[in-house]
Design a protein around this ligand. Structure first.
Ligand SMILES: *Cc1c(COP(=O)(O)O)cnc(C)c1O
Length: 374
């Protein structure tokens, strides 16, 4: 049996272990310490000097705190891009709030500005003005930040930017993770860089960061005794894991280059297979190509390719199944145009890791070529 080729596997740079050793040597084995602070300033330096970063235990925790800090509470409505991973939507339910799902547009596969505005107007006409908009840079492709930002401003509804898949992407020269009123990053094991598990909440407002750290460390008021006037969470990132993150930040630019190279390799390899379509960067959009995706002509062909690669021990996966199709979310309000359904039917994510060897990439490409020749 050929060795397994994964969709996206961790790729250490080499210095991570020395940061981890330092955490052991200094006994900072806790959800605080110098690596946590250092990792936060590394991210800040990378994204934009004028933003503030709170390192947390996961991207999901960051989304949860983001909703709390945007004052989303019981019975409130929150708009969420339907085409995403469930972690974008779950925290809405944690808050006892109601998700309202909005479909995608064709250029970026992300939240559609027209559908978004239709949804907002309709919710307002029903007397339920949404409290927040969760927009996602799917697979690293920036959403239409200018259009979404304008709608957010027009209706005075804040954006919670889910940049879990888009660290290293940018839009008109500005880094993803700097567009929303609050943004979220993830360092889960499958993401472009990883701390094994981890995340961050990002905001231009220093008070938001301060409040996020406060809530993430059990909401302890400033007093000698343990005094609490609000409900807290245990969401801070461990100093040991932040050490891994510091090493990973050193190689982030290389990781983006390598993933973009994988995407270019597939495009080049399949340029004579008319059945396969790619989603190129439009003017001003720069994707980190966290995952390389192709669109096939039909669900049957998508499954044909997936199963034939599986036989060769190559992992691929359909694009995210939209939230409005999920058993747990299907009865919530939704504003659809058919695009995310079609993308789910036809789309396939290919192995995209920055650590794929040329041999592995050639194996994927010949397996797909063989499928179309058969
Ligand atoms: C990975 C991911 C998350 C969740 O991040 P975790 O760190 O795994 O909790 C949220 N949204 C999207 C779009 C993701 O891909």
């Amino acid at each position: 049996m050929n060795s397994k080729i994964w969709l996206s596997s961790p790729h250490m740079g080499g210095t991570e272990q020395s940061y981890v050793n330092n955490a052991f040597d200094t006994n900072w084995i806790a959800p605080l310490g110098p690596h946590v602070v250092g990792f936060e300033s590394d991210i800040q330096e990378y994204l934009n000097q004028s933003i503030h970063v709170a390192a947390l235990s996961s991207g999901t925790a960051a989304l949860h705190l983001g909703l709390i800090l945007l004052n989303v509470g019981h019975g409130d409505e929150v708009i969420c891009q339907s085409k995403t991973f469930s972690a974008s939507a779950n925290p809405i339910i944690y808050q006892g709030a109601i998700p309202v799902f909005v479909d995608s547009e064709k250029d970026t596969w992300n939240i559609c500005p027209e559908q978004l505005e239709i949804a907002i107007k309709d919710r307002i006409s029903k007397g339920k003005k949404p409290k927040a908009i969760i927009a996602v840079h799917l697979y690293g492709m920036p959403y239409k930040a200018k259009e979404i930002g304008a709608i957010s401003k027009k209706y005075d509804i804040p954006v919670l930017e889910d940049s879990a898949e888009a660290l290293g992407s940018s839009y008109h020269g500005e880094k993803c993770g700097t567009f929303g009123d609050i943004a979220v990053l993830s360092f889960n094991g499958n993401k472009i860089i990883t701390t094994s598990g981890g995340g961050a909440l990002v905001s231009k407002n220093p008070e938001i960061k301060e409040k996020a750290v406060f809530l993430a460390t059990q909401a302890r008021d400033k007093a000698v005794e343990y005094l609490h006037s609000s409900i807290g969470y245990n969401y801070r990132l461990s100093n040991v894991l932040a050490g891994i993150g510091r090493g990973q930040m050193e190689v982030l630019d290389d990781r983006v280059k390598a993933r973009r190279r994988v995407y270019e390799f597939y495009k080049e390899s399949f340029n004579d297979i008319e059945e396969l379509k790619f989603n190129d960067d439009h003017e001003g959009f720069y994707s980190n190509r966290w995952l390389s995706c192709v669109l096939t002509p039909s669900e049957g062909i998508r499954e044909g390719i997936r199963l034939s690669l599986e036989k060769d021990n190559i992992e691929t996966r359909p694009l995210w199944k939209p939230m409005h199709q999920q058993p747990v979310f299907k009865d919530y309000p939704q504003y659809l145009n058919g695009i995310s359904d079609e993308l789910f039917e036809k789309g396939l994510c290919l192995p995209s890791g920055s650590n794929l060897t040329d041999d592995e990439l050639n194996r994927v490409s010949s397996a797909i070529k063989t499928y179309f020749r058969a």
